[in-house]
Design a binder for this molecule. Structure first.
Ligand SMILES: NC(=O)c1ccc[n+]([C@@H]2O[C@H](COP(=O)([O-])OP(=O)(O)OC[C@H]3O[C@@H](n4cnc5c(N)ncnc54)[C@H](O)[C@@H]3O)[C@@H](O)[C@H]2O)c1
Ligand SMILES: [Zn+2]
Length: 365
Protein backbone atom coordinates (compact mmCIF):
# COMPACT_ATOMS: atom_id res chain seq x y z
CA UNK A 1 0.00 0.00 0.00
CA UNK A 2 1.32 3.47 -0.75
CA UNK A 3 2.03 6.26 1.73
CA UNK A 4 -1.03 8.43 1.07
CA UNK A 5 -3.34 5.53 1.81
CA UNK A 6 -1.35 4.49 4.86
CA UNK A 7 -1.36 7.92 6.47
CA UNK A 8 -4.98 8.86 5.76
CA UNK A 9 -7.32 9.12 8.73
CA UNK A 10 -10.43 6.98 8.52
CA UNK A 11 -13.77 8.00 10.01
CA UNK A 12 -16.87 5.83 9.77
CA UNK A 13 -20.44 6.94 9.42
CA UNK A 14 -22.86 4.21 10.36
CA UNK A 15 -26.51 4.97 9.76
CA UNK A 16 -29.41 2.53 9.97
CA UNK A 17 -29.28 1.56 6.31
CA UNK A 18 -25.84 2.33 5.07
CA UNK A 19 -22.23 2.61 6.01
CA UNK A 20 -19.90 5.25 4.69
CA UNK A 21 -16.18 5.66 5.05
CA UNK A 22 -14.56 9.07 5.18
CA UNK A 23 -10.85 9.25 4.47
CA UNK A 24 -8.89 12.43 5.01
CA UNK A 25 -5.33 12.49 3.75
CA UNK A 26 -2.94 14.44 1.63
CA UNK A 27 -2.43 12.89 -1.78
CA UNK A 28 -5.57 10.72 -1.79
CA UNK A 29 -6.65 12.31 -5.08
CA UNK A 30 -3.83 10.53 -6.90
CA UNK A 31 -4.68 7.18 -5.40
CA UNK A 32 -8.37 7.00 -6.05
CA UNK A 33 -8.15 3.87 -8.18
CA UNK A 34 -6.96 1.49 -5.44
CA UNK A 35 -9.26 3.19 -2.98
CA UNK A 36 -12.31 2.64 -5.14
CA UNK A 37 -11.28 -0.96 -5.71
CA UNK A 38 -10.85 -1.50 -2.00
CA UNK A 39 -14.34 -0.14 -1.37
CA UNK A 40 -15.76 -2.43 -4.07
CA UNK A 41 -16.89 0.43 -6.27
CA UNK A 42 -17.86 -1.07 -9.65
CA UNK A 43 -15.59 -0.58 -12.64
CA UNK A 44 -18.09 1.56 -14.57
CA UNK A 45 -17.22 4.89 -13.00
CA UNK A 46 -18.72 8.19 -14.06
CA UNK A 47 -16.91 11.30 -12.90
CA UNK A 48 -18.96 14.48 -12.45
CA UNK A 49 -17.23 17.83 -12.04
CA UNK A 50 -17.20 21.40 -13.38
CA UNK A 51 -14.88 23.02 -15.95
CA UNK A 52 -13.31 25.27 -13.28
CA UNK A 53 -12.64 22.44 -10.86
CA UNK A 54 -11.44 20.19 -13.64
CA UNK A 55 -8.95 22.79 -14.82
CA UNK A 56 -7.38 22.76 -11.36
CA UNK A 57 -7.80 19.16 -10.29
CA UNK A 58 -8.63 17.20 -13.45
CA UNK A 59 -5.16 16.01 -14.30
CA UNK A 60 -4.64 14.36 -10.92
CA UNK A 61 -8.05 12.73 -10.90
CA UNK A 62 -7.91 11.58 -14.50
CA UNK A 63 -4.65 9.77 -13.90
CA UNK A 64 -6.51 7.72 -11.28
CA UNK A 65 -9.83 7.36 -13.11
CA UNK A 66 -9.09 7.58 -16.83
CA UNK A 67 -12.55 8.49 -18.13
CA UNK A 68 -14.00 11.60 -19.79
CA UNK A 69 -15.69 13.57 -17.02
CA UNK A 70 -19.26 14.86 -17.15
CA UNK A 71 -18.70 18.59 -16.70
CA UNK A 72 -21.55 20.76 -15.45
CA UNK A 73 -21.51 24.55 -15.34
CA UNK A 74 -20.46 25.76 -11.93
CA UNK A 75 -22.40 27.76 -9.42
CA UNK A 76 -25.45 27.70 -7.21
CA UNK A 77 -27.78 28.70 -10.04
CA UNK A 78 -26.88 25.50 -11.87
CA UNK A 79 -27.80 23.31 -8.91
CA UNK A 80 -30.97 22.37 -10.76
CA UNK A 81 -32.97 19.47 -12.14
CA UNK A 82 -31.69 20.48 -15.59
CA UNK A 83 -28.13 19.67 -14.46
CA UNK A 84 -29.30 16.38 -12.95
CA UNK A 85 -30.91 15.58 -16.27
CA UNK A 86 -27.63 16.19 -18.08
CA UNK A 87 -26.02 13.64 -15.78
CA UNK A 88 -28.80 11.12 -16.55
CA UNK A 89 -28.21 11.69 -20.29
CA UNK A 90 -24.50 10.94 -19.94
CA UNK A 91 -25.16 7.90 -17.74
CA UNK A 92 -27.65 6.40 -20.20
CA UNK A 93 -25.44 7.13 -23.23
CA UNK A 94 -22.49 5.62 -21.38
CA UNK A 95 -24.40 2.43 -20.64
CA UNK A 96 -24.63 2.88 -16.87
CA UNK A 97 -26.27 0.07 -14.94
CA UNK A 98 -27.03 -0.78 -11.31
CA UNK A 99 -23.39 -1.64 -10.70
CA UNK A 100 -22.14 1.73 -11.93
CA UNK A 101 -20.88 4.52 -9.70
CA UNK A 102 -20.82 8.29 -9.73
CA UNK A 103 -17.69 9.99 -8.47
CA UNK A 104 -18.46 13.64 -7.65
CA UNK A 105 -15.35 15.82 -7.80
CA UNK A 106 -16.13 19.31 -6.57
CA UNK A 107 -17.63 21.57 -3.96
CA UNK A 108 -21.08 21.35 -2.42
CA UNK A 109 -22.84 22.33 -5.62
CA UNK A 110 -21.37 19.49 -7.67
CA UNK A 111 -21.63 17.06 -4.74
CA UNK A 112 -25.31 17.80 -4.07
CA UNK A 113 -26.24 17.68 -7.77
CA UNK A 114 -24.27 14.55 -8.69
CA UNK A 115 -25.38 12.99 -5.41
CA UNK A 116 -29.02 13.51 -6.28
CA UNK A 117 -28.43 11.92 -9.69
CA UNK A 118 -26.84 8.93 -7.92
CA UNK A 119 -29.74 8.72 -5.46
CA UNK A 120 -32.36 8.65 -8.17
CA UNK A 121 -30.84 6.97 -11.23
CA UNK A 122 -32.12 3.36 -11.36
CA UNK A 123 -33.44 4.06 -7.82
CA UNK A 124 -29.93 4.58 -6.56
CA UNK A 125 -26.40 3.79 -7.66
CA UNK A 126 -23.11 3.98 -5.80
CA UNK A 127 -21.86 7.44 -4.88
CA UNK A 128 -18.32 8.55 -4.06
CA UNK A 129 -17.48 12.10 -3.06
CA UNK A 130 -14.13 13.69 -3.78
CA UNK A 131 -14.76 17.07 -2.13
CA UNK A 132 -12.59 19.92 -3.41
CA UNK A 133 -13.72 22.83 -1.22
CA UNK A 134 -13.17 23.11 2.50
CA UNK A 135 -16.93 23.37 3.01
CA UNK A 136 -17.48 20.16 1.06
CA UNK A 137 -14.71 18.33 2.94
CA UNK A 138 -16.04 19.16 6.40
CA UNK A 139 -19.73 19.43 5.70
CA UNK A 140 -21.65 18.83 2.48
CA UNK A 141 -20.00 15.52 1.48
CA UNK A 142 -20.84 13.98 4.87
CA UNK A 143 -24.27 12.89 5.96
CA UNK A 144 -26.01 11.80 2.79
CA UNK A 145 -28.11 14.87 2.08
CA UNK A 146 -28.22 15.40 -1.67
CA UNK A 147 -30.44 17.59 -3.78
CA UNK A 148 -31.00 20.59 -5.97
CA UNK A 149 -32.76 23.95 -5.91
CA UNK A 150 -36.16 24.79 -7.34
CA UNK A 151 -36.82 28.22 -8.88
CA UNK A 152 -39.07 28.91 -5.85
CA UNK A 153 -36.59 27.89 -3.16
CA UNK A 154 -33.21 26.45 -2.24
CA UNK A 155 -32.66 22.73 -1.64
CA UNK A 156 -36.37 21.92 -1.99
CA UNK A 157 -35.79 18.75 -4.00
CA UNK A 158 -33.62 16.08 -2.48
CA UNK A 159 -32.99 12.74 -0.90
CA UNK A 160 -30.83 10.95 1.62
CA UNK A 161 -28.18 8.90 -0.14
CA UNK A 162 -25.02 8.03 1.75
CA UNK A 163 -21.78 7.95 -0.24
CA UNK A 164 -19.89 4.68 0.15
CA UNK A 165 -16.71 6.70 0.32
CA UNK A 166 -15.65 10.29 0.88
CA UNK A 167 -12.04 10.88 -0.12
CA UNK A 168 -11.02 14.29 1.21
CA UNK A 169 -7.60 15.37 0.03
CA UNK A 170 -6.47 18.64 1.65
CA UNK A 171 -4.02 19.12 -1.25
CA UNK A 172 -7.07 19.88 -3.43
CA UNK A 173 -7.61 23.03 -1.38
CA UNK A 174 -4.38 24.65 -2.57
CA UNK A 175 -6.15 26.15 -5.61
CA UNK A 176 -9.29 27.24 -3.77
CA UNK A 177 -9.90 31.02 -3.86
CA UNK A 178 -9.22 32.65 -0.49
CA UNK A 179 -12.79 33.73 0.07
CA UNK A 180 -14.09 30.20 -0.57
CA UNK A 181 -11.54 28.80 1.83
CA UNK A 182 -12.53 31.25 4.56
CA UNK A 183 -16.18 30.50 3.97
CA UNK A 184 -15.48 26.85 4.77
CA UNK A 185 -13.50 27.84 7.85
CA UNK A 186 -16.58 29.36 9.48
CA UNK A 187 -18.19 25.90 9.43
CA UNK A 188 -15.04 24.59 11.15
CA UNK A 189 -15.52 27.31 13.77
CA UNK A 190 -19.10 26.06 14.11
CA UNK A 191 -17.91 22.53 14.92
CA UNK A 192 -15.62 23.95 17.55
CA UNK A 193 -18.44 25.87 19.19
CA UNK A 194 -20.97 23.04 19.12
CA UNK A 195 -18.71 20.18 20.12
CA UNK A 196 -15.00 20.75 20.54
CA UNK A 197 -13.21 23.24 22.72
CA UNK A 198 -9.87 21.85 21.50
CA UNK A 199 -10.76 22.52 17.85
CA UNK A 200 -11.84 26.03 18.77
CA UNK A 201 -8.62 26.62 20.69
CA UNK A 202 -6.55 25.32 17.77
CA UNK A 203 -8.24 27.85 15.47
CA UNK A 204 -7.57 30.68 17.93
CA UNK A 205 -3.97 29.67 18.56
CA UNK A 206 -3.01 28.87 14.97
CA UNK A 207 -5.21 31.26 13.01
CA UNK A 208 -2.36 32.37 10.77
CA UNK A 209 -1.23 28.85 9.95
CA UNK A 210 -4.80 27.78 9.27
CA UNK A 211 -5.33 30.71 6.91
CA UNK A 212 -2.04 29.82 5.21
CA UNK A 213 -3.44 26.27 4.80
CA UNK A 214 -0.45 24.77 6.60
CA UNK A 215 -1.11 21.02 6.53
CA UNK A 216 0.10 20.33 10.09
CA UNK A 217 -2.79 22.40 11.49
CA UNK A 218 -5.29 22.27 8.65
CA UNK A 219 -5.46 18.49 8.40
CA UNK A 220 -6.23 17.92 12.11
CA UNK A 221 -8.89 20.67 11.93
CA UNK A 222 -10.54 18.94 8.95
CA UNK A 223 -10.34 15.53 10.63
CA UNK A 224 -11.90 16.80 13.86
CA UNK A 225 -14.69 18.55 11.92
CA UNK A 226 -15.45 15.38 9.93
CA UNK A 227 -15.48 13.36 13.15
CA UNK A 228 -18.03 15.67 14.73
CA UNK A 229 -20.34 15.67 11.73
CA UNK A 230 -19.96 11.90 11.25
CA UNK A 231 -20.77 11.33 14.89
CA UNK A 232 -23.90 13.47 14.79
CA UNK A 233 -25.11 11.92 11.53
CA UNK A 234 -24.49 8.38 12.79
CA UNK A 235 -26.75 9.07 15.75
CA UNK A 236 -29.40 11.01 13.86
CA UNK A 237 -29.40 10.56 10.08
CA UNK A 238 -32.70 12.31 9.42
CA UNK A 239 -32.55 15.35 11.65
CA UNK A 240 -34.86 14.08 14.40
CA UNK A 241 -33.15 16.07 17.11
CA UNK A 242 -29.40 15.85 17.58
CA UNK A 243 -28.65 16.72 13.96
CA UNK A 244 -30.19 20.11 14.67
CA UNK A 245 -27.04 21.18 16.49
CA UNK A 246 -25.38 21.33 13.06
CA UNK A 247 -27.74 24.22 12.38
CA UNK A 248 -25.97 26.41 14.93
CA UNK A 249 -25.76 29.86 13.34
CA UNK A 250 -28.01 28.82 10.48
CA UNK A 251 -31.32 30.43 11.53
CA UNK A 252 -30.03 33.96 11.07
CA UNK A 253 -27.47 32.83 8.48
CA UNK A 254 -30.11 31.40 6.14
CA UNK A 255 -32.26 34.50 6.59
CA UNK A 256 -29.34 36.76 5.61
CA UNK A 257 -28.64 34.65 2.54
CA UNK A 258 -32.30 34.66 1.51
CA UNK A 259 -32.90 38.41 1.86
CA UNK A 260 -29.82 39.15 -0.22
CA UNK A 261 -30.89 36.62 -2.89
CA UNK A 262 -27.85 34.40 -2.18
CA UNK A 263 -25.59 37.00 -3.80
CA UNK A 264 -23.92 38.96 -1.04
CA UNK A 265 -22.61 36.24 1.26
CA UNK A 266 -20.79 33.04 0.72
CA UNK A 267 -22.67 30.51 2.86
CA UNK A 268 -20.06 30.41 5.62
CA UNK A 269 -19.97 34.20 5.85
CA UNK A 270 -23.71 34.30 6.50
CA UNK A 271 -23.24 31.56 9.11
CA UNK A 272 -20.50 33.60 10.78
CA UNK A 273 -23.04 36.42 11.29
CA UNK A 274 -25.55 33.81 12.39
CA UNK A 275 -23.16 32.41 15.01
CA UNK A 276 -22.52 35.91 16.35
CA UNK A 277 -26.29 36.25 16.59
CA UNK A 278 -26.80 32.89 18.31
CA UNK A 279 -24.09 33.79 20.82
CA UNK A 280 -25.66 37.18 21.46
CA UNK A 281 -29.04 35.60 22.02
CA UNK A 282 -27.62 33.03 24.44
CA UNK A 283 -25.58 35.64 26.31
CA UNK A 284 -28.63 37.92 26.62
CA UNK A 285 -30.47 34.99 28.26
CA UNK A 286 -27.57 34.32 30.57
CA UNK A 287 -27.00 30.90 28.98
CA UNK A 288 -23.55 31.80 27.61
CA UNK A 289 -20.85 33.72 29.43
CA UNK A 290 -19.77 37.09 28.06
CA UNK A 291 -16.20 35.72 27.93
CA UNK A 292 -17.18 32.86 25.64
CA UNK A 293 -19.25 35.22 23.52
CA UNK A 294 -16.22 37.51 23.20
CA UNK A 295 -13.94 34.56 22.36
CA UNK A 296 -16.21 33.58 19.46
CA UNK A 297 -16.49 37.16 18.23
CA UNK A 298 -12.71 37.52 18.51
CA UNK A 299 -12.03 34.41 16.43
CA UNK A 300 -14.51 35.40 13.74
CA UNK A 301 -12.97 38.88 13.56
CA UNK A 302 -9.48 37.34 13.29
CA UNK A 303 -10.52 35.26 10.29
CA UNK A 304 -11.18 38.42 8.31
CA UNK A 305 -13.88 40.89 7.33
CA UNK A 306 -17.46 39.81 6.63
CA UNK A 307 -19.86 41.45 4.17
CA UNK A 308 -21.89 44.14 5.96
CA UNK A 309 -25.42 43.67 7.31
CA UNK A 310 -26.20 47.24 8.39
CA UNK A 311 -28.31 48.05 5.32
CA UNK A 312 -30.51 44.96 5.82
CA UNK A 313 -33.93 45.16 7.41
CA UNK A 314 -34.90 43.39 10.61
CA UNK A 315 -38.47 42.95 9.33
CA UNK A 316 -37.27 41.24 6.17
CA UNK A 317 -34.91 39.01 8.14
CA UNK A 318 -37.74 38.05 10.52
CA UNK A 319 -39.99 37.20 7.59
CA UNK A 320 -37.26 34.98 6.15
CA UNK A 321 -36.80 33.20 9.50
CA UNK A 322 -40.52 32.47 9.60
CA UNK A 323 -40.41 31.01 6.08
CA UNK A 324 -37.41 28.82 6.94
CA UNK A 325 -37.89 25.10 7.45
CA UNK A 326 -36.74 25.37 11.07
CA UNK A 327 -40.11 26.74 12.14
CA UNK A 328 -42.07 23.59 12.96
CA UNK A 329 -45.75 24.06 13.89
CA UNK A 330 -45.12 27.75 14.60
CA UNK A 331 -42.30 27.34 17.14
CA UNK A 332 -38.76 28.28 16.45
CA UNK A 333 -36.22 25.63 17.38
CA UNK A 334 -33.08 27.51 18.17
CA UNK A 335 -29.63 26.11 18.81
CA UNK A 336 -27.88 28.15 21.47
CA UNK A 337 -24.26 27.85 22.51
CA UNK A 338 -24.01 27.39 26.25
CA UNK A 339 -20.22 27.42 26.20
CA UNK A 340 -17.44 26.76 23.72
CA UNK A 341 -18.07 23.10 22.88
CA UNK A 342 -21.60 22.76 24.26
CA UNK A 343 -25.05 23.66 22.94
CA UNK A 344 -28.66 23.48 23.91
CA UNK A 345 -31.71 23.49 21.64
CA UNK A 346 -34.58 25.62 22.88
CA UNK A 347 -38.00 26.19 21.41
CA UNK A 348 -39.13 29.27 23.30
CA UNK A 349 -37.21 32.02 21.52
CA UNK A 350 -39.56 34.94 21.08
CA UNK A 351 -39.74 37.26 18.14
CA UNK A 352 -38.72 40.17 20.35
CA UNK A 353 -35.59 38.43 21.54
CA UNK A 354 -34.59 37.65 17.98
CA UNK A 355 -35.33 41.21 16.88
CA UNK A 356 -33.10 42.49 19.68
CA UNK A 357 -30.28 40.24 18.51
CA UNK A 358 -30.68 41.30 14.88
CA UNK A 359 -30.57 44.91 15.98
CA UNK A 360 -27.35 44.35 17.97
CA UNK A 361 -25.87 42.60 14.91
CA UNK A 362 -26.41 45.92 13.14
CA UNK A 363 -29.49 45.31 10.99
CA UNK A 364 -31.79 48.33 10.67
CA UNK A 365 -35.34 48.70 11.89
N1 LIG B 1 -25.51 18.31 1.41
C1 LIG B 1 -25.25 18.97 2.51
O1 LIG B 1 -25.37 18.43 3.62
C2 LIG B 1 -24.79 20.38 2.41
C3 LIG B 1 -24.25 21.02 3.52
C4 LIG B 1 -23.77 22.33 3.38
C5 LIG B 1 -23.86 22.96 2.14
N2 LIG B 1 -24.40 22.31 1.07
C6 LIG B 1 -24.47 22.94 -0.25
O2 LIG B 1 -23.15 23.19 -0.69
C7 LIG B 1 -23.18 24.25 -1.64
C8 LIG B 1 -22.00 25.17 -1.38
O3 LIG B 1 -20.82 24.42 -1.57
P1 LIG B 1 -19.38 25.10 -1.68
O4 LIG B 1 -19.24 26.14 -0.63
O5 LIG B 1 -18.41 24.00 -1.75
O6 LIG B 1 -19.46 25.93 -3.01
P2 LIG B 1 -19.32 25.55 -4.56
O7 LIG B 1 -19.58 24.13 -4.82
O8 LIG B 1 -20.15 26.55 -5.28
O9 LIG B 1 -17.79 25.84 -4.85
C9 LIG B 1 -17.30 27.14 -4.67
C10 LIG B 1 -16.43 27.60 -5.82
O10 LIG B 1 -15.14 27.03 -5.71
C11 LIG B 1 -14.72 26.48 -6.94
N3 LIG B 1 -13.84 25.35 -6.63
C12 LIG B 1 -14.20 24.19 -6.05
N4 LIG B 1 -13.12 23.46 -5.76
C13 LIG B 1 -12.06 24.17 -6.18
C14 LIG B 1 -10.67 23.94 -6.11
N5 LIG B 1 -10.15 22.87 -5.51
N6 LIG B 1 -9.85 24.89 -6.63
C15 LIG B 1 -10.37 26.01 -7.17
N7 LIG B 1 -11.67 26.29 -7.24
C16 LIG B 1 -12.51 25.37 -6.74
C17 LIG B 1 -15.97 26.14 -7.66
O11 LIG B 1 -15.79 26.16 -9.03
C18 LIG B 1 -16.94 27.25 -7.19
O12 LIG B 1 -16.80 28.37 -8.03
C19 LIG B 1 -24.53 24.93 -1.50
O13 LIG B 1 -25.31 24.60 -2.63
C20 LIG B 1 -25.13 24.29 -0.25
O14 LIG B 1 -26.53 24.20 -0.31
C21 LIG B 1 -24.87 21.04 1.19
ZN1 LIG C 1 -23.83 25.48 6.74
Amino acid sequence: MNDALLTATQIDVATANQHSTILVGEGLGEHLAPLLDRHKVGQKRFVVSSPVIWRHQGERIQRAIPVEPILLPDGERFKTLASVSRIYDALIKGGADRGSAIVAVGGGVIGDTAGFAAASFLRGITLVHVPTTLLAQVDSSIGGKVGVNHPLGKNLIGAFHQPVLVAADPLCLATLPRREFRSGLYEVVKYGVIASRSLFDLLVRDTKAVLARTPSVLVPAIVESCRIKADVVSKDEREGGLRRILNFGHTIGHALEAITNYRRFRHGEAIAHGMLGAADLAAARGALSRDDQAALAGLIAKLGPLPVVNDLSIDEAMAAVRRDKKVVHGTLHYVLATGIGTTETVSDVTENELRGTLSRLGLRT
